[in-house]
Design a protein around this ligand. Structure first.
Ligand code: ADP
Ligand code: 5GP
Length: 235
């Protein structure tokens, strides 16, 4: 990849617990020249998180100073904390000749779509509400009130799936990884402007099946599961 080329900006959003971090971590190992944009946040580190790895953890004062100084490409408040993408990550990706992957919420995705119209956005849905609840618990979220709050937020967020270019239901992990990789590679291939081999065309076709217009029917049962009354938590 040649330096100083316009990076492709990929946005990935999902309700908390859908498996987005799992997918992103594997994707970054599989796809060369794809950099993860390490966001700034005012929330406290969780578990094994380290400053500068998953996030840059800063105070509210520092975050607000950065807003004033227009250092953010986008920022939003989520669950009482600030989260933001620094502009410098885009400049650095351009200099290095890499593409950039943003793991941001639906508010941030809308801002990026406005500023970078050809950004590629992917929304990850859990298979249904009950599975999301299991995954939240599996991840170590055991407080019922937190689970309820996350499920309520998820119910609101998933209604925004149709603001995204691609939609993926994260059912079987291996299949989801193949799919998200196909989207990333397909966008590179389509923008390369060269004629594609049969194998490359097959990747583009695989990605096309995940385009918003082609998944609308498939996502209806997922949306429905979130509209039903919350199932009783299993003991
Ligand atoms: P998120 O980043 O969206 O909050 P995580 O990646 O932390 O979610 O995943 C939440 C939990 O679900 C983790 O325990 C993870 O191992 C598990 N998980 C992720 N994807 C799948 C999948 N496709 N099938 C089963 N479990 C999954
Ligand atoms: P968490 O606290 O669970 O890591 O993240 C909460 C939410 O904030 C997730 O939806 C995540 O995608 C989102 N998020 C993380 N970084 C950013 C960012 O830089 N900007 C925006 N808008 N959202 C972010």
């Amino acid at each position: 990849m040649s330096p100083s080329r316009t990076p492709i900006v990929y946005i990935i959003s999902a309700p908390s617990g859908s498996g987005k971090s799992t997918l992103v971590n594997i994707l970054l190992k599989l796809v060369p020249n794809l950099e993860f944009s390490i966001s700034y946040t005012t929330r406290a580190p969780r578990g094994s998180e380290r400053n500068g790895n998953q996030y840059h953890f800063v105070s509210r004062e520092e975050f607000e100073r950065m807003i004033e100084a227009e250092e953010f490409l986008e920022y939003a408040q989520f669950d009482g904390n600030y989260y933001g993408t620094a502009r410098r990550f885009l400049r650095e990706a351009e200099q290095k000749g890499t593409d950039l992957l943003l793991d941001i919420d639906v508010q941030g995705a809308a801002q990026i779509h406005q500023k970078i119209p050809d950004a590629v956005s992917i929304f990850v849905l859990p298979p249904d509400k009950k599975t999301l609840e299991w995954r939240l618990r599996k991840r170590g979220e055991n407080d019922d009130q937190t689970i309820r709050r996350r499920l309520d937020t998820a119910s609101r967020e998933i209604e925004k799936y149709d603001c995204y270019n691609y939609v993926l239901i994260n059912d079987r992990l291996e299949k989801s990884i193949e799919r998200v990789e196909a989207i990333v590679v397909s966008e590179r291939l389509r923008r390369s402007g060269r004629s594609l081999s049969e194998e490359e065309n097959a990747i583009v076709q695989r990605a096309e099946r995940l385009r918003l217009a082609n998944v609308k029917e498939k996502v209806q049962p997922v949306l429905e599961s979130f509209r039903e009354p919350r199932p009783r938590a299993e003991s």
